[in-house]
Design a protein around this ligand. Structure first.
Ligand code: CU
Length: 123
């Protein structure tokens, strides 16, 4: 009996997680993709971000230490990433390929290395 109750709890937990994932997937399809990106001296938390062409994306930016910049010249996207503030940029990549993003506020000695790539694919 005890074992049965345990299995039941485990099954309920798995069903709960599956339900959450389904809801998250449905939400994602409707609202576009949302990606958290931290800009800190002297790196971005993700050196590569994979996106789908034609699918809107919101990049939620934060900084723990300095007012960095987030710039994607190829898509005319840029924002100041102010410490303590939630900064978001939303755009839809209209081309596939590999596009640089970078910090464009000089933030110190390692500033020149503060960059990454958006990898945009067709499907
Ligand atoms: Cu920077």
């Amino acid at each position: 009996m005890r074992r049965f109750a345990h299995n039941l709890a485990a099954t309920a937990a798995i069903a709960g997680v599956a339900g959450y994932l389904l809801a998250a997937a449905a939400h994602g399809a409707a609202a576009g993709e949302r990606i958290a990106l931290v800009a800190a001296k002297f790196t971005f938390s993700q050196p590569e971000i994979r996106l789908k062409k034609g699918r809107p994306v919101t990049i939620a930016l934060t900084s723990p230490d300095f007012m960095h910049g987030f710039s994607v010249p190829d898509f005319n996207v840029r924002a100041d990433v102010v410490p303590g503030k939630a900064v978001e940029v939303t755009f839809t990549p209209d081309r596939s390929g590999r596009f640089a993003f970078l910090c464009d506020n000089f933030c110190g000695e390692g500033h020149d290395h503060m960059s990454g790539f958006l990898i945009v694919t067709d499907d």
